[in-house]
Design a protein around this ligand. Structure first.
Ligand code: PEP
Ligand code: MN
Length: 665
């Protein structure tokens, strides 16, 4: 036995032993869980204990960080364990499964907590509400499976929108499922024995203080900011100062043993806060009630885009009841709009509106359809209302169909349009190999008509022994070369967890053929605001390609470009069989731009130009072609890389074809 193989078998033995230990530890853990379950049973206590689960999760994360393990990885394992543990306990009990866990920002008796009690009483569900320090922490707990819902204030009738909540609704993969209105009537409260005249200081949340300013000024007291209204009440209970008052709800005053000194302190009534109940999945709305749909969208950068968008609703008689704009972090002076419309996502008129709106926005996502509690108007009668179609019966939506007036959607890649009059050339090497190579490649493709440069930093290779790409350092080199030669760049993303980091610098993200049905990755790409180049899987049908695109579109991101790159057939003369018919079929089925990759279809250099010309003739909106300054030394796909000679031939061949089709380079 060689030293290496001895080392290998020792390491494997170690793994086997560790696996046995893991199983034993899991078994011991489940036994302990069963003991807790038996205790809860005997005490008639709740099975689900979110506080305890949150503690466990924290300890787990801390330990993972300390030992250098990926918390992404360990959190997923914990989620499975907790899930299983909960179920083990639930099977012993019957009733507790009905209790829903609701997170809110604040402490007990804060307005969110009160609104939550009210809403769940109305919904006929037993709820257990859990306070969190921040909105973000509550959303994290929802995402982590420790909560069924969060209840958050969306806006106040005097103060307006709660921006932090709007931003979370847009950025998280959540769905608004209900709303609640809470009429706020602040009290001025003090310790037992305190008098209004004796107060010298009043504490509360700054917004609450602001809403009672006139009364407080008239009293001549000092105003002191506190973390929240109920928190101020709790703190006062623990103090002894009769000269201090708080502004809080009557419920909070009572809970913390304070005396209500006045209920006439709010400057203006009504003072209402609209709360949203947010879950992980959309819920069916009871038929016959007035419904509202919230959506978020970002506009294409053109004159009239906002009015076009809004008229899509008014043209169909859909009432828009709210419009808010939020800045887009990372893109100064671009905005995300949040709108509420009085319609269900299942209404025919709304569905049509959504299809149409897709042609004037680069991002649109439905945040939820839910019963409207702000409306006194009766719901439309059953004849005018379109039936609510259960999710399972709904026909899949197609990516926005081309409407004759608008034609193909245009996707902008770092300012370069794909899908307009011009034919777009994306050229560059298969992979980024070195600074010198990518610089030379950029110079080469710039000189031969490239509008955008390609270059893989993360390479999906059939063999694990092939060059895997330079990773993030490669991306940096690609971006640097792109800047130097004024070329936006496109690069492939392989892993879910790299999406944000790649999107921070690349102008477009490519989903390769091997990942076309990586649905988790597609969903993640639906949330970002960079264009996506979606390549057809090598054994995917056209329909499956369109369905993959819908995963991205449904997430909100409307900037999707489809790419035909050849499929596997019985033919072996070419690396793949370029399915030219996919071009007109896709153009007919969808309004997304369609480009062709002749390189991965051909596999060899001399076939690339003829296939590229065929693609242009078939009506493609552009090409993505591999080119290399020195193909002999290419680390990947050297046989299909074009040189200056073929690139010149390509441009010369394209010109008359494009001219005949009324397009230009
Ligand atoms: C690529 O474009 O580098 C690539 C790997 O292509 P595909 O995913 O089409 O094979
Ligand atoms: Mn390649």
């Amino acid at each position: 036995m060689t030293d290496e193989s001895k080392d290998l078998s020792e390491a494997r033995r170690e793994i086997d032993t560790l696996d046995q230990d893991l199983i034993q530890l899991l078994k011991q853990r489940m036994d302990a869980v069963a003991k807790v379950g038996a205790y809860k049973n005997a005490e008639d206590a709740q099975v689900i204990d979110p506080d305890r689960e949150a503690q466990v999760a924290q300890a787990w994360t801390k330990a993972s960080e300390e030992s250098g393990l990926s918390t992404f990885f360990t959190k997923r394992i914990l989620r499975e364990i907790l899930d299983h543990s909960r179920r083990r306990q639930e099977t012993r009990e019957e009733v507790t499964t009905a209790t829903v866990r609701v997170g809110y920002q604040g402490i007990r008796a804060s307005y969110s907590d009160l609104a939550s009690d009210k809403l769940f009483a109305a919904r006929g569900e037993t709820c257990r509400s859990i306070g969190f320090e921040t909105f973000e922490a509550a959303f994290d707990a929802l995402d982590g499976g420790q909560l069924d819902y969060v209840l958050v204030p969306a806006e106040n009738s005097l103060v307006g929108s709660i921006h932090a909540v709007s931003d979370l609704l847009v950025s998280r993969d959540v769905s608004v499922v209900d709303e609640e209105i809470w009429s706020i009537r602040h009290c001025l409260a003090g310790l037992p024995g305190a008098t209004i005249e004796g107060l010298r200081e009043v504490r509360s949340h700054p917004v609450a203080l602001g809403q009672c300013r006139k009364s407080l000024r008239a009293l001549g007291v000092r105003e002191v900011d506190a973390f929240d209204t109920a928190g101020a009440a709790e703190e006062l209970r623990d103090g002894k100062d009769l000269g201090v008052g708080v502004i809080c709800s009557r419920e909070a005053a009572e809970m913390f043993g304070l005396e209500v000194l006045s209920e006439e302190v709010t400057d203006q009534l009504p003072n209402e806060t609209r709360f949203l109940l947010v879950g992980l999945r959309a819920q069916a709305v009871v038929p016959g009630v007035a419904v509202k749909t919230s959506l978020a969208f970002a506009l294409d950068d053109r004159c009239g885009a906002l009015s076009d968008c809004l008229s899509v609703f008014s043209d169909r008689g859909i009432n828009l009841t709210r419009l808010e704009s939020r800045p887009h972090p990372g893109a100064p002076w671009e905005y995300m709009f949040l709108a509420d419309v009085m319609a269900s996502r299942d209404d025919e008129a709304f569905r049509e509106a959504l299809l149409e709106i897709r042609s004037c926005v680069n991002f649109v996502r439905i945040l939820g359809t839910y019963p409207s509690r702000t409306e006194t108007r009766r719901p439309p009668s059953s004849e005018t209302r379109s039936p609510v179609v259960p999710a399972s019966d709904r026909k899949p939506k197609r990516p926005a169909k081309a409407s004759p007036a608008r034609g193909t959607r245009t996707v902008s890649v770092g300012g370069v349009p794909i899908g307009g009059e011009r034919f777009t050339m994306i050229l560059g090497p298969c992979a980024v190999e070195s600074e010198q190579q990518i610089d030379a490649a950029a110079a080469l493709v710039k000189a031969h008509g490239a509008h955008v440069m390609r270059g893989g930093a993360f390479k999906p290779r059939s063999s694990p022994r092939s060059f895997q790409g330079l990773g993030f350092p490669g991306l940096d080199l690609l971006v640097k070369a792109g800047r130097k030669y004024a070329l936006p760049v496109v690069t492939e993303v392989l892993r879910l967890e790299d999406v944000d980091r790649i999107a921070a610098t690349a102008d477009m993200l490519q989903v390769g053929a091997r990942n076309m049905q990586n649905f988790a990755l597609l969903k993640e790409l639906g949330r970002i605001r960079k264009p996506i180049l979606l390549k057809r899987g090598m054994s995917a049908t056209i329909k499956e390609l369109l369905q993959a695109a819908e995963y991205i579109l449904d997430g909100g991101n409307q900037q999707v470009v489809l790419c035909e790159r050849g499929i596997r057939t019985f033919e072996t003369a070419t690396r793949n069989t370029l399915d030219i018919s996919a071009v007109p079929v896709l153009k007919n089925e969808s309004d997304l731009p369609v480009i062709v990759d002749p390189s991965h279809a051909a596999g060899v250099r001399h076939l690339v130009v003829p296939l590229a010309l065929a693609a242009a003739a078939a009506g493609a909106d552009g090409l993505i072609v591999e080119a290399h300054p020195n193909p002999e030394e290419a680390l990947c796909d050297k046989d299909q890389a074009l040189t200056a000679v073929e690139l010149t031939e390509l441009i010369e061949g394209l010109e008359p074809i494009l001219a005949a089709k009324g397009r230009s380079l």
